[in-house]
Design a protein around this ligand. Structure first.
Ligand code: ACO
Length: 355
């Protein structure tokens, strides 16, 4: 019998299985590659975490060395790809558009029939594309990756041209391992829809990047950072929160399709941010972050008493990445207001598709 019930956001619909991660939204627990996210993110390098998801186990020392070399060999961009990224930067296209087009261009010539090679290329090349885009935006020459540096260290190095501190690398690695997989969130769901048609991995990756770009999904940290910086300047979190909610706007970095308690990734990243800023928070930015979280949570509890709106991963992502030196997103960003009434789509995610 046909069931014609429309289930917005696939609420309650199970569409696929995954062995990569398991999300328990009620308990606020996340397993990645079989490990609690707190354990993985605190201990694994980005390379180890990727290997775990590729191979379903952590690498031996020798396997890790080989994988690092494989990534290093795939990290550089040729002149044609630079041309695409340079053009995106010159046109003021958002970084995520540069990433989508750069990944597509960088995968030309890669054997699309070999998903392992294609996946390695996509993973390796992403920071090179974003760093080059950022340098072009600043009218600066891009910096070639250094094969002796790790994935995370290379990203920071290619952005700034300076060897990053251990604390910055550790902060970035923690972030990357924390967000490396999350059930069937909206972008993963998109990618799986693409590969289900027997299309290729690069097509799936570029479609997923397009989904991730949305401000209700992976595009939230930029607006969160804008919000935090604005509150830091004004020194008035209560006024800011009140104005936003009165105007029917959403507070970015709060609420989640699946978690009804604090997102466990927010907990991992807030600890990482606290460690990172300890002793270095001269202008009190991190103090503002903590103060803002507390004010926002109180206001949201009053604003939506029937719906538990807790801190999500993007709130502390913004704080941590700002600290380690990742520039905020730039250009043509839209700020979401309160949902469908204002013409914004509801993000397509829930128990089957989780953010
Ligand atoms: N601030 C204020 N109100 C909110 C917020 C928020 N952050 N989040 C939800 N609400 C309100 C909505 O306006 C809606 O109110 P209504 O019933 O009066 O229309 C109600 O709560 C339910 O909202 P939905 O969009 O239906 O809830 P859903 O669980 O689908 O939304 C989402 C999840 C999209 C993440 C939402 O909480 C949101 O927009 N948050 C802000 C953006 C954000 O932080 N995105 C990052 C998510 S994490 C990630 O993608 C990795």
């Amino acid at each position: 019998m046909t069931d014609d019930t429309v289930r917005p956001g696939l609420e309650g619909v199970t569409v696929a299985e995954t062995r990569l991660s398991r999300v328990d939204g009620e308990a606020g627990e996340l397993l990645v590659g079989g490990y609690p996210v707190e354990t993985l993110a605190g201990n694994a390098s980005f390379e180890e975490a990727v290997y775990l998801l590729f191979e379903d186990r952590l690498p031996t020392g020798r396997e890790l060395d080989r994988f690092r070399s494989e990534l290093a060999a795939h990290r550089t961009l040729d002149e044609e790809v630079h041309g695409v990224v340079r053009r995106a930067a010159a046109d003021g296209d958002p970084a995520m558009d540069a990433l989508r087009m750069g990944v597509a261009a960088a995968s030309l010539g890669i054997d699309a029939e070999d998903p392992r090679t294609a996946a390695t290329r996509v993973v390796a090349v992403a920071p090179t594309i974003v760093a080059a885009y950022w340098r072009y935006r600043q009218d600066e020459a891009p910096i070639e990756p250094d094969p002796d540096l790790s994935h995370a260290a290379n990203y920071l190095y290619m952005l700034t041209g300076e060897r990053p501190s251990d604390a910055a690398v550790r902060g970035l690695e923690t972030y990357l391992a924390t967000v490396i997989d999350h059930g069937l969130n909206a972008s993963t769901f998109t990618a799986r829809t693409v590969v289900s048609t027997e299309s290729d991995l690069v097509s799936a990756g570029t479609a997923a990047i397009g989904t991730l770009k949305g401000p209700l999904h992976g595009g939230a940290p930029g607006p969160v950072l804008d919000m935090l910086q604005s509150v830091h300047e004004s020194g008035d979190p209560e006024g800011f929160v009140r104005d936003r909610l009165d105007a029917g706007e959403r507070l970015m970095g709060f609420g989640h399709r699946v978690y009804r308690v604090r997102d466990p990734r927010a907990a991992v990243l807030s600890s990482a941010a606290e460690r990172f800023y300890a002793g270095t928070d001269e202008d009190g930015f991190y103090e503002t972050v903590e103060q803002f979280e507390s004010v926002a949570l109180d206001a949201l509890a009053e604003h939506k008493p029937d719906r538990r709106l807790a801190t999500n991963v993007e709130f502390y992502t913004a704080a941590l990445l700002h600290g380690v030196g990742i520039p905020g997103t730039c250009s043509r960003r839209r700020s979401p207001s309160a949902g469908r009434a204002a013409g914004w789509p509801t993000v397509w995610s829930n128990s089957t598709t989780t953010d």
